[in-house]
Design a protein around this ligand. Structure first.
Ligand SMILES: [Zn+2]
Length: 139
């Protein structure tokens, strides 16, 4: 995926925000509100990823992924709830910050049991990608 295709994908699924010295900022919107802003610096990091990792990262940020909420929208799955805990909708914000089954993994990586969207927003994409891969929810 080239830089322009990545930015186009993110632009199509997010909302244009504004331009700063560090580049254009996009805000990706999830069901529970935005949790990540995208600068050109971060986008350049993403372009350096393997195709597999980039697919996971873009899925995390846009919501177009293999989590149950999205698969239910596509009529591939019938239950939008989390496959691990069954307590909340299976979306990126839940997986990264709230899933009770991943509490110990989250504590080991981030030093906290739960992460609010405002805290997820502070994390580098590499951390979010590492946690998502560690959850084994993406193939
Ligand atoms: Zn869960």
């Amino acid at each position: 995926m080239t830089y322009s295709v990545l930015m186009g994908t993110l632009f199509a699924n997010g909302r244009f925000k504004n331009r700063t010295k560090s580049g254009t900022i996009f805000r990706v919107v999830d069901k529970q509100g935005s949790f990540c802003k995208i600068t050109t610096r971060f986008a350049k990091y993403a372009v350096g990823l393997s195709r597999k990792d980039l697919k996971i990262l873009v899925g995390l940020l846009t919501g177009h992924n293999t989590l149950n909420q999205h698969l239910t929208l596509l009529k591939i799955e019938e239950d939008p709830m989390c496959r691990l805990c069954g307590e909340e909708y299976d979306i990126s914000v839940h997986l990264l910050g709230r899933c009770s089954v991943l509490v110990e993994k989250r504590r080991k990586q981030f030093g906290k049991h739960l992460l609010f969207p405002s805290e997820l927003r502070q994390e580098h994409w590499s951390s979010l990608l590492k946690f998502a891969k560690n959850s084994k929810r993406f193939k």
